[in-house]
Design a protein around this ligand. Structure first.
Ligand code: COA
Length: 355
């Protein structure tokens, strides 16, 4: 049994925050951000993460030609859930009207979308369910420490979803490797973002981002390279068997180092970091969906998806795409209108934190 990818959709909030916008309130520049990260702009959400996820799911269902009542499982990968109880997947279920679906949230930080893909695929392969929506979504802007230039320039908001279905054909995830450098978990940490801060002197949600950028950089390359080698080995594949690499997009220089380490030619590597920055759990799935939409994914091709994130978790999946690479239909569901610019939304967040 396989778990074929039959539908795909993404939802990027419309408000854009450029590098020049960031330079209006941080000591930074377009030149620094572009040369050190490859990022030019990112999106800032005017709605909660569940709403971004819901729109992405409607689009994935339309692309698959399916209805909400066809969905047996929703796996929501994120680290910025609206609430911990009730979970976020149950909100997506309600918004979709997918009342036959079991609902679960998965948090492995930036790899959450990919761990969710593994979770749903495994549950389909083992016969627990026959179909699933997999979500990678993040609304990170409300928890961002906008005064800290080390991290504020790196992140953005967004969502993507895949619709999976049981299939006898060899397609979907063929193999993956998952892991975690737990001993290094403190080098990518956000203080104030979790229940251990509740009812303490520090207010829950007032975050302090403590990142060791260069250490994370090295671990990211090592984790993704190790994951890719292990997954290729499981399939007895070489780099030449991969048609397209869609990596987590945290830094263009991390992606370049990974490509060099794995001897991958740059024309095989999909990049969209310049448009969205790092959307954490949404990043790899948004990139995958965009690669499909832009015609970079051919029928029956093999795609390698390496990712890493807080924990420090890492993953690497090989997906075999099916025969159909175009959407069956498009959804007309959209986000409510956003009347503010990305900069105005961020200024509101800064004011609220001060207040
Ligand atoms: C964060 C990152 C872009 C920094 O790049 P780098 O080349 O390692 O830069 P450094 O940390 O050495 O900083 C170089 C200088 O730029 C400064 N700097 C840092 N952020 C800056 C910014 N936004 N604008 C301008 N200058 C900045 C530093 O203070 C330092 O100044 P100094 O030389 O006077 O001390 C890079 O390390 C990275 O991408 N790391 C991983 C990021 C991450 O954790 N992503 C999330 C994981 S999913």
């Amino acid at each position: 049994m396989f778990a074929a990818i039959k539908g795909w959709g993404k939802c990027l909030p419309p408000a854009t925050l450029t590098n020049d916008d960031l330079a209006t309130f941080l000591e930074t520049s377009d030149e620094w951000i572009t040369s050190r990260t490859g990022m030019k702009e990112r999106r800032i959400s005017h709605v909660n993460v569940s709403e971004l996820a819901y729109v992405a799911c409607e689009r994935a269902l339309a692309a698959a030609g399916k209805k909400a009542s066809d969905v047996e499982l929703i796996v929501f990968g994120s680290t910025t859930f609206d609430e911990l109880c009730p979970n976020a997947a149950s909100n997506v279920q309600r918004l979709l009207g997918a009342d036959k679906a079991a609902c679960m949230d998965v948090n492995t930080a930036c790899t959450s979308g990919m761990y969710s893909l593994t979770t749903a695929t495994a549950m389909i392969k083992s016969g627990v369910v026959k179909s699933a929506l997999v979500i990678g979504a993040e609304a990170i802007s409300p928890i961002m420490d906008w005064q800290n230039r080390d991290v504020a320039v790196l992140f953005g908001d967004g969502a993507a979803a895949l619709y999976l279905e049981a299939s006898e054909h060899e397609e979907g995830v063929l193999a993956e490797s998952l892991g975690c450098f737990g001993e290094s978990r403190d080098i990518l940490a956000v203080q104030g973002w979790g229940m251990k801060y509740a009812n303490k002197s520090r207010l829950l949600g007032q975050s302090n981002w403590a990142f060791l950028g260069q250490e994370i950089f090295k671990k990211a390359v090592a984790g993704m390279a190790q994951g890719c080698s292990k997954t290729l080995e499981k399939l007895n594949f070489g780099a030449e068997d991969i048609d397209l690499v869609v990596p987590h997009q945290a830094n263009l220089r991390i992606i370049d180092s990974l490509a060099k380490k794995l001897s991958l030619s740059s024309d095989k590597v999909f990049i969209n970091i310049h448009k969205y920055g790092n959307m954490s759990a949404a990043t790899a799935l948004v990139a995958f969906v965009e690669a499909i939409e832009e015609g970079r994914v051919s029928a029956n091709s093999h795609i390698l998806l390496p990712a890493f994130g807080g924990g420090l978790t890492w993953s690497a999946h090989v997906v075999k795409f099916g025969e159909r690479t175009t959407a069956i239909a498009e959804s007309d569901v959209d986000l409510p209108e956003c009347t503010k610019s990305g900069l105005a939304l961020v200024q509101d967040l800064i004011e609220r934190k001060k207040g």
